[in-house]
Design a protein around this ligand. Structure first.
Ligand SMILES: Cc1cc2nc3c(=O)[nH]c(=O)nc-3n(C[C@H](O)[C@H](O)[C@H](O)COP(=O)(O)OP(=O)(O)OC[C@H]3O[C@@H](n4cnc5c(N)ncnc54)[C@H](O)[C@@H]3O)c2cc1C
Length: 277
């Protein structure tokens, strides 16, 4: 049986103190990665610091600078937040593709990115939206673009004592449709074998891919062909993704199949967002 100390925290400064001074203290949001990981021996937590009721982390708002999603906000709350559905539906799709309804009732976007799995379903949409991660810690506040937040499998840009405070999607929002396309073994309640986010921005596009490298990546070669060189053959553009990714073979699928999936999903994403040619 797991043995650990549980601290319910409602004060951000006390949270910093625990995280800075304690050994093997882990923030607990939804616990859907953390508890599973502890049971599997991935995390050797001695103390769980429950941050779900810290008021500063419960923000969910839209203002003229964009949409801010606090670290204690659940995925279901994001999916149901009208400004997300209206302005950045690709993020609602990414959140909705995580696990099951009951998982999404506990799990958070912050937990999804802090866990830093390259297959995290919210990551590709956040990359395509160029989200900003607001980090808070004993030294104050700082911001990191999401592409710099993921630093390797299971690794992120947080320093000791720091927490993700919120995730910010800056305005102006993209003009145009965005889609998140996920391939997985079972079709539901499974991590992505590959996840592809394609977001139209006017006559340009941003494409991000998960589960194909040590971190989620932008498909820069695909973007360059369309945005700078005027490529309108989506199949030809999607083929260029092979130079953007470096997939591995694992229990979910082979490296070769990942190359194939990425090309197919990017082509479909381009057809759905940029129009069928
Ligand atoms: C059955 C099942 C199905 C799943 N399916 C999917 C899926 O389809 N797609 C997918 O992407 N994921 C999936 N997951 C993984 C998981 O549900 C998500 O990654 C979820 O978003 C994690 O959020 P959480 O709030 O539960 O994080 P937690 O488990 O609470 O935390 C995860 C990690 O982040 C740290 N952390 C949490 N919040 C913060 C913070 N604010 N600041 C700093 N560190 C923090 C924790 O200490 C821990 O290390 C699944 C999990 C299960 C159990």
């Amino acid at each position: 049986m797991l043995s650990y100390e549980y601290i319910k925290c409602t004060d951000l400064n006390l949270a910093f103190q625990e995280l800075e001074e304690g050994k093997q203290v882990y923030p607990l949001a939804g616990g859907t990665d953390l508890i599973v990981g502890m049971r599997g021996g991935k995390f050797a937590a001695k103390t769980l610091l429950d941050i779900k009721d810290v008021p500063e982390l419960k923000v969910l708002e839209e203002n003229d600078r964009g949409i801010t999603i606090g670290a204690a906000i659940t995925l279901n709350d994001v999916v149901n937040f009208a400004p997300v559905r209206k302005n950045i539906p690709i993020l609602a799709e990414g959140c909705h593709s995580v696990g099951s309804y009951s998982i999404r009732n506990r799990a958070t976007i912050a937990g999804n990115i802090c866990n830093a799995s390259p297959a995290a379903d919210t990551a590709a949409p956040l990359y395509a939206l160029e989200a900003i991660i607001n980090i808070t810690g004993p030294g104050g506040e700082r911001t990191v673009p999401v592409r710099e937040f993921f630093t390797g499998p299971g690794k992120n840009a947080l320093q000791k004592g720091e927490l993700v405070r919120s995730i910010h999607i800056p305005a102006p929002y993209p003009e145009g449709k965005g889609v998140y396309l996920k391939a997985s073994r079972t079709g539901s309640v499974d991590l992505a074998s590959v996840g592809v986010a394609v977001q139209r921005w006017g006559d340009k596009v941003k494409v991000a891919v998960g589960a194909v490298a040590a971190t989620p990546v932008r498909a820069h070669n695909v973007e360059k062909a369309i945005n700078e060189n005027g490529e309108t053959n989506w199949a030809a553009a999607a083929k260029l993704s092979c130079d953007d990714i470096s997939p591995i073979t694992d229990i979910r699928c082979t490296r070769d199949y990942r190359f194939h999936l990425v090309e197919v999903l990017i082509r479909r994403g381009l057809e759905q967002t940029m129009g069928v040619k």
